[in-house]
Ligand binder design. Sequence first.
Ligand SMILES: O=C(O)CCC(=O)C(=O)O
Length: 274
Amino acid sequence: MNPATFRQLDRVELDCLKGRLSHDGYAIVPQFLDPAGCDQVLASLQELHARQDFGDNDFTGTRTKRVFNLFAKTRVLDALLVEPNLLDLVHHMLGPGARLSIASTMEIHAGETAQALHQDDAYFPERPHPALVVNTIWALTDFTKENGGTCLVPGSHRQAGPVDPAARSVAAEMPRGSVLLWDGAVWHGGGPNMTETSRFGLSLNYCRGWIRQQENQYLSLDPAMVLGLPEDVQKLLGYDICEFLGWADGRHPMRAIIPEVRKRVYAGMRKRRS
Ligand SMILES: O=C(O)CCC(=O)C(=O)O
């Protein structure tokens, strides 16, 4: 497997992206992943999609395919998850303890209709609020207004109430290899696909380290697999302490998933129960 190559972002571009994220609530990093990297990631994800059915409701899309829990299924995303320039933007929004909330694909096929506009942090009751979630969608095929490019309502992360259902949204148009980032409070949705070919997006969604991850990474991933991952990937997946949260029987979670330690912890728990 060749390592993916990312376009290096300089300080000026990074500052400009941070400004757009604060003001509009979203920003696009154009042509960030090189074509060979796109091919490799797309091929691995398409293998998973070949066995995947379409969604069964209007929100997930009856002409859209999604695969979840991607870090249990492929290793081609590890480098994308921890790419330093992207993480700089994510940390700018969420602080240094940010971690993966959910990883999924969104392949919008021909004939799909527009998804209802929604927020990725809809569970949080007070608005506006500092960013709690940052979503990224990696365009593995070109995104256009016609083929289902994500629609976003600029600046909607700053409003206190819900967005008007008829609000003017903008389709994220970006060539393959680009990455769209948005504050989870921005109203957005997948666009309708009026073309004959599918639009393939990869979503790596991050949250603050003290928020419950959308995907339960401790039940979704095999501890033996997690033990073999690079440390920065383990941390992003949530196998870390954030502030004083995340201990396992008084141990760092990475100590606690070592099989011998786990056996001792569970044996201790059984003894205490009997
Ligand atoms: O596919 C997209 O462009 C966005 C989809 C989305 O926001 C969602 O499914 O929650």
